[in-house]
Design a protein around this ligand. Sequence first.
Ligand code: DX5
Ligand code: ZN
Length: 220
Amino acid sequence: MVELSPSILSCDFSSLQEDLDATKGTRIKMIHIDVMDGVFVPNISFGFKIISDIRDKNDYFFDTHLMIVNPERYVDDFKKAGVDRLTIHYEASEDIKGAIDLIKKAGIEVGLSIKPKTDPKLILPLLKDLDLILVMSVEPGFGGQKFMEESIEKIKILREFIDSHKLKTKIQVDGGIKTDNVHKVIEAGADEVVAGSDVFAKDDIRGQINKYYEIFDQIK
Ligand code: DX5
Ligand code: ZN
């Protein structure tokens, strides 16, 4: 079953919990939490305090996407803040294997993300150690950008490798996903789709999430 991971980056932070309450009673199991440091990407979002503040009030899997340099520095802090998975960027550390091991040792799930210009073949040898591979379908840094069609081919390459090697690694796609293009990434092999502006920037957050699950039901 495909899962939707709505990105809180598009929430109104002056009333973040109200936006999250609007998701209650839908079929979502996780929320996507985008952390940006202004160095790895040209934008700054939020950090541990916001995550730990929403932790107690929301019984979702905290799917956390770190767009920060040298993420290995902060694994313990994110774990303390209550995240369930840390997805780091392949391009963000000199010692990506070391960073992956550190996250595993912390007892949380580990994901690895690649920017649009990174060749997915580079990370194939790492897939067996990962819970998730995240294909960025926009340049990371901002919500509301246009989906890059080239991502479809990357998803297919990863799907083929994962299936042929009988791996359990999930494929997530993030950036520019809308109700009218989500079918393409699912048909290419995505297990999880992130949508920010197409969920939290909409007036009817609950209705929008329901639309995604109706599409998922039609495809599978
Ligand atoms: C972008 C973030 C995304 C962002 C997606 O760097 O990683 O998760 O919130 O936003 P939309 O769905 O609006 O492209
Ligand atoms: Zn993200």
